[in-house]
Design a protein around this ligand. Structure first.
Ligand SMILES: NC(=O)c1ccc[n+]([C@@H]2O[C@H](COP(=O)([O-])OP(=O)(O)OC[C@H]3O[C@@H](n4cnc5c(N)ncnc54)[C@H](OP(=O)(O)O)[C@@H]3O)[C@@H](O)[C@H]2O)c1
Length: 292
């Protein structure tokens, strides 16, 4: 099918890490894009070609203008769960295909099998989607490489040591751009309906080694200092929700002493190797040196 014949794709989470790149990928593929945001002023940060709709996942009827005439939806859910059922019903009434950004909660690696309210939310939304007649694809990324920005950039920018718990815990951080590229591919090409894809980076790295890779990208050594879980808990108080802190600590604790789960799915789908964490750090070095 000519891309001009494909109805527009609605991207939710359009101003977020993954959705924003999904937009670029779809535009590059010649697909018409609609973006959903709660903040009309965010339109200024999106490409001019994108049709921007104001809507809120917690107000399901607010999605109708964006859904009318759309063919597929990229669904990102960071909102509370109460309106998920009504939103999924609306998707099923309007579009043919949904690609949902979930997590690897079905993967039998201890890292992904700890109590995790976000995973419970994701599983619930997947059940709602499965109960409709929608063509669906579930994207299951592991830890995003970009978590390093929120976690470590403030200390690195200040020239301080990175103090963090479970330095020996391993992960295979996946570049958000690879997650977005896979999502975009499954939104505009056929053949991915019913698929669920666990996406990881290409290599297992300890958290201390990830900080070391950022140091390599900056051309200087960054000291990593181990912090106790209790210290992490008390320092996170008021900035990170307690369930998220519990989830992270449990995952790192469970992951200690074993390599991270690594898949070849990014390469299998895109035909190109997933970006390494070193590559991610090199491409984002300025974010660790200025206030970006
Ligand atoms: N971080 C990780 O390592 C990781 C790993 C696996 C899976 N995930 C999953 O990835 C998802 C987050 O993706 P992301 O990091 O790309 O997002 P993000 O950067 O956190 O941005 C959140 C997006 O959601 C939108 N949003 C929030 N509340 C909304 C609402 N009530 N109605 C409509 N839109 C709303 C925001 O849009 P506006 O503010 O413009 O309205 C924004 O675009 C989560 O489900 C998370 O569990 C994360």
């Amino acid at each position: 099918m000519n891309k001009k014949d494909i109805p527009p794709v609605l991207v939710t989470g359009a101003t977020g890490r993954v959705g924003r790149v999904v937009i670029d990928q779809l535009l590059d593929a010649g697909v018409a894009v609609r973006a959903l945001t709660r903040r009309p002023e965010a339109a200024a940060t999106l490409p001019a070609k994108v049709e921007v709709f104001t809507g809120d996942l917690t107000v399901p009827e607010s999605l109708d203008p964006a859904l009318n005439g759309a063919g597929a939806v990229f669904l990102v859910w960071t909102a509370p769960p109460q309106t998920a059922e009504a939103v999924v019903e609306r998707l099923a009434a309007h579009v043919r295909r949904v690609v949902f950004l979930s997590s690897p909660h079905r993967t039998p690696h201890p890292f992904f099998q700890q109590p995790n309210p976000m995973a419970v939310l994701h599983a619930g939304i997947e059940r709602l989607i499965a109960a409709t007649g929608l063509e669906s694809t579930i994207i299951r990324p592991g830890m995003f490489a970009s978590n390093a920005l929120a976690w470590w950039a403030p200390a690195i920018r200040a020239g301080e040591a990175v103090r963090w718990p479970y330095g020996a815990a391993e992960a295979a951080p996946v570049d958000d751009r690879d997650v977005a590229a896979v999502a975009a591919r499954t939104l505009h090409r056929d053949g991915y309906a019913g698929g669920e894809y666990v996406l990881t980076g290409p290599e297992s790295l300890t958290q201390a080694a990830q900080v070391g890779a950022i140091g390599d990208a900056l051309g200087r050594r960054i000291t990593f200092e181990e912090m106790t879980p209790d210290e992490f808990r008390s320092l996170s108080e008021g900035t990170v929700p307690n369930p998220a802190v519990d989830m992270l600590l449990a995952a790192w604790n469970a992951a200690a002493g074993q390599p991270a789960y690594v898949t070849t799915t990014v390469a299998d789908i895109l035909g190109t190797a997933p970006r390494t964490f070193h590559q991610w750090a090199t491409d984002h070095a300025t974010a660790f040196t200025n206030g970006a």
